[in-house]
Design a protein around this ligand. Structure first.
Ligand SMILES: Nc1ncnc2c1ncn2[C@@H]1O[C@H](COP(=O)(O)OP(=O)(O)OP(=O)(O)O)[C@@H](O)[C@H]1O
Length: 284
């Protein structure tokens, strides 16, 4: 059995009485060393889950257990930094706040394109992202929580930083939970998936297992029973459906392939949207 890096049990969050649930009944256990993609539509609860995991929010219900604060780094969407400090001062502060574990080398590598004497308030959004990531990685955390870390980076910087981040965390066996809307960014980098929608977990598991548990079916419109259909669409006489592999191989006049991560996610998201609109709930 592999060690668990972070675990949630019945975790729920409501930002005040009378407000809706931002997160509801979330239970999961993430094995140590995994790189977990946290995905879901706007307002799904991703930032809430990450802030709860970082210990910055208190759950309304349930618990989340992770490493101690000293062994955890969190890069929030708004990347709070001290605007008056320079890049070099910010890293010096990181060293002071993390005695005995600060890795100046990785931090310096991340901010390498920046002027060390530039003040944070004069940096662009993407440049601030570099500083925030340098602080987080310099801390050498066992668990790294990243909330849409690459959103304001140009494609080249995104590619370079994602590569550096993944190489470094793989080398050290760091557990990473990273939220993003850019599925292509996650596809090669992550090995675990948490899909949130409407504050609830819709999919949770190793990406290979999840992909292997589904088949994408295309062909003439016909009944796919006894297979469990996650979601199906018809265009004219053509059927495209994502089915679970529970009922054995799909046999019939259809072409069957393994879904891509994007196809898997989109089908589950469309299915949960339909289920929310259907009183009895649709299959998901
Ligand atoms: N500080 C807050 N006060 C009140 N409601 C909040 C607060 N933060 C988030 N919410 C609500 O909680 C729900 C989940 O929001 P959250 O930011 O966690 O979603 P998200 O999945 O990170 O969205 P996005 O992809 O847009 O960043 C939303 O309905 C949002 O309006």
């Amino acid at each position: 059995m592999s060690e668990t890096a972070i675990e949630a049990l019945g975790l729920a969050k409501r930002y005040g009485r009378g407000r809706g649930w931002a997160l509801r009944d979330c239970s999961f256990a993430l094995p140590a060393g995994r790189v977990c993609a946290l995905v879901g539509p706007n307002g799904a609860g991703k930032s809430t889950l990450l802030a709860l995991a970082a210990g910055l929010l208190r759950p309304t219900e349930g618990v989340v257990r992770g490493p101690a604060r000293t062994d955890l780094a969190y890069v929030a969407q708004d990347k709070p930094l001290h605007p008056q400090l320079t890049v070099a001062d910010t890293l010096a502060m990181g060293r002071e706040l993390n005695p005995g574990r600060w890795d100046g080398e990785i931090a310096a590598r991340i901010v390498e394109p920046l002027d060390p004497d530039a003040r944070v308030r004069r940096l662009s959004g993407g440049q601030r992202t570099r500083v925030a990531l340098a602080l987080a990685l310099g801390k050498r955390p066992g668990l790294l929580l990243l909330d849409e870390p690459m959103a304001d980076l140009d494609p080249l910087a995104r590619h370079e930083l994602m590569g550096a981040l993944m190489a470094d965390t793989a080398e050290r066996g760091t557990t990473v939970v990273v939220s993003s809307h850019i599925l292509t960014e996650l596809e090669g980098a992550c090995d675990h998936l948490l899909l949130l929608d409407g504050g609830r977990i819709r999919l949770d598991g190793a990406i290979d297992d999840l992909l292997g548990a589904h088949t994408l079916v295309t062909g003439p419109v016909a009944d796919l029973a006894p297979h469990t259909v996650v979601e199906s669409r018809t265009t004219g006489r053509q059927l495209t459906a994502l089915v679970r592999n529970e009922g054995g191989p799909v046999e019939g006049p259809w072409e069957t392939t393994s879904p891509s991560l994007e196809e898997l996610l989109l089908a589950h998201l469309r299915a949960s949207k339909t289920a929310d609109r259907t009183p009895e709930g649709a299959s998901a």
